[in-house]
Ligand binder design. Structure first.
Ligand code: F6R
Length: 601
């Protein structure tokens, strides 16, 4: 949710922290702050809104020489996005940044208030710094005070704390929220995600739950429980170029255009001439699997829902899909022969992660479809398949969705192979799959057409995206994309359900985006759209075949297989959302109220 950066060393500290925060800003951006401690000098700055406001505020500040610095970009959970609520939170001589939620903060706050300690903010985080200073006042040594503080905290956290009481040290702790340490000689960097430190260090340690310790002048002292452990370093990616805009107006636009390449990457070494191969999956992994349960949130949930059609139809295995936040609390009946699949771009989504932990406790096998290696979900899962979409910066997910669906489709074929799928059917699937990178090449003429059309869809009282079968989850995803970045009301609906209620909304100001494939239930969807047209709804049809009664029509070309139609229509709906949002003057990459990685429930 929020982004954290820290540094201890002798380099100019403001630049390191702000550069790192810039890379993480997409995770949360309602306020930001930085604190620097160098010798006896303490400086801190906070600003509401995007990071640029903080950058302006710190224009005339620099800090060379040995010292420590921490920074934070926030997405509000407790307390409004104000300067007082922005991190770092301060005590008398210490500062803290935190990502996650301290569940027992009220209890701690009450205790500290009874001791006469005053609080400035409405946040849960502020208790950490006051508790630390309270223990200091009880004559505990600085690290002991930090350790005791962490011991009191319940909930999820990644924490960095600096204090005059511990010159040159950054204290850290992690439980449930991501944090890494990247040392480079006498410099030590901290971040909640590796993009913030790429280029500064070559390797990093991704902290495990329960880790805590401190870093000072290149030394790292790391504990888990009472035992000191040595950090196991992993190489960091070499550059962040792929995460920059490359001349596109928005990251989202760039990421839509990248889909052709990343889907090809995702298939590399996995889609062979006549079979699907996953080196990640150990032999016999599926042997005793009787059914599949998938959990995910948002866009990833839509990818999962798409997969449920594929698993049942192609792999002939029962598959159910659930929204992770619902699944967690429904007291689901779990049996050991169910394979649990989690789908997540970030690998840090709290609800999905908790659902995974829950099924693990119940003894189920787990498999993750994830875009971020070393993420919490990957580390928790028995087996992980990475989606290879590259860093996704646009808050509205596009290329991650494309690679998730593709990976799940591959997996459905892999399972079907295991269960003896007819070789001709398999070959046809593989042929269609190999065609996807071609399908996803954005033609200038298509983008132009969607740009022109978009001006007719800026008003009205709502959008219905409708589809059947595989195209129903795609309708859900098309509607989600549009509402996220245009702030217009949009719903995805199974086309066959419209007459059971929603059709009452139909009039010329109701925009229907009709996903009309030629390969699946084409006559059925035609009738559904005709019913809407008869009630004067405005219809934008996306189809390979012309459809006379549509008010607007976008032709697709690749209609040889349901999945080629699926991916081409996906592209159209993404571009439509993008163009509508641009015309409305919205911030496409950082839509209001949203964050890229949702690490709180
Ligand atoms: C929408 C979007 C979100 C995420 C959801 C799950 O464009 O990106 O709906 O899909 O928050 O996130 P991950 O996939 O990281 O678990």
């Amino acid at each position: 949710m929020c982004g954290i950066v820290g540094y201890t060393g002798a380099k100019e500290k403001k630049e390191i922290i702000l550069d790192g925060l810039k890379e993480l800003e997409y995770r949360g951006y309602d306020s930001a702050g930085i604190a620097v401690l160098s010798g006896d000098d303490i400086e801190y700055f906070k600003a509401v809104g995007k990071l640029d406001n903080l950058i302006k505020k710190t224009e005339n500040f620099q800090s060379y020489g040995p010292g420590v610095a921490i920074g934070h970009t926030r997405w509000a959970t407790h307390g409004k996005p104000t300067e007082l609520n922005a991190h770092p939170h301060l005590g008398k001589e210490s500062f803290v940044v935190h990502n996650g939620i301290i569940e027992n903060y009220k209890e701690i706050k009450d205790e500290l208030e009874k001791e006469g300690i005053a609080f400035l903010s409405q946040t849960d985080t502020e208790v950490i710094v006051h508790l630390y200073e309270f223990y200091l006042s009880q004559r505990l040594e600085a690290f002991e005070a930090f350790k005791k503080t962490v011991g009191r905290l319940e909930g999820a956290y990644a924490i960095l704390l600096i204090s005059r009481s511990a010159e040159g040290k950054i204290f850290f702790a992690k439980n449930g929220s991501p944090l890494l340490i990247a040392p480079d000689g006498e410099d030590v960097y901290f971040a909640s995600s590796d993009t913030a430190v790429i280029g500064r260090a070559r390797e990093a340690y991704y902290l495990e739950d329960g880790d805590y310790g401190y870093a000072q002048m290149g030394d790292i002292l790391l504990y888990n429980g009472e035992s000191e452990i040595s950090p196991k370093m992993k190489p960091l990616p070499a550059n962040v170029d792929t995460a920059r805009k490359d001349g596109y107006r928005f990251f989202m636009e760039k990421e839509i255009y990248e889909q052709s390449i990343v889907t090809a990457d995702t298939m590399l070494g996995r889609v062979l001439d006549s079979q699907i191969n996953f080196e990640e999956i150990p032999q016999g992994f599926f042997d005793d699997v009787e059914d599949i349960r998938i959990c995910a949130c948002g866009t990833s949930y839509h990818a999962a829902l798409t997969a449920s059609y594929l698993f049942e139809r192609i792999s002939k295995i029962r598959c159910s899909v659930e929204i992770a936040s619902e699944f967690r609390y429904k007291e689901p009946l779990l049996q050991k022969k169910t394979l649990f699949i989690s789908v997540s771009q970030s690998g840090e989504t709290a609800d999905t992660l908790e659902a995974l932990k829950m099924v693990k406790r119940a003894g189920l096998k787990s498999l993750a479809i994830c875009n971020v290696d070393n993420s919490s979900i990957v580390r928790e899962s028995d087996v992980s398949i990475l989606t290879r979409a590259g860093i996704e910066k646009g808050v509205a997910s596009t290329k991650a969705f494309a690679t998730q669906v593709l990976t799940l489709w591959m997996l459905s074929l892999y399972l079907a192979q295991d269960r003896g799928i007819d070789s001709q059917i398999l070959s046809k699937e593989i042929e269609a799959m190999r065609h996807i990178p071609v399908v996803l090449r954005v033609e200038e003429s298509l983008h132009q057409k969607i740009h022109r059309l978009s001006k007719r869809y800026l008003h009205g009282h709502g959008f219905f995206f409708i589809g059947r079968d595989l195209f129903y989850p795609l309708a859900l995803e098309g509607a989600l994309k549009l509402k996220e970045i245009s702030y217009l009301h949009a719903e995805g609906y199974p086309a066959g359900e419209m007459k059971h209620g929603p059709i009452a909304l139909a009039d010329s100001e109701l925009f229907t985006i009709a996903l009309m494939p030629s390969t699946i239930l084409s006559d059925k969807i035609r009738s559904n759209v005709e019913e809407l047209s008869a009630r004067d709804a405005t219809i934008l049809a996306i189809s390979a075949e012309p459809f006379d009664i549509a008010d607007d029509f976008i032709a697709i070309k690749h209609d040889s297989h349901p999945m080629t139609e699926f991916f081409e229509m996906m592209l159209v709906t993404q571009l439509l959302a993008l163009e509508i949002s641009v015309r409305l003057g919205n911030d496409v990459d950082m839509p209001r109220n949203l964050a890229k990685s949702v690490t709180v429930e």
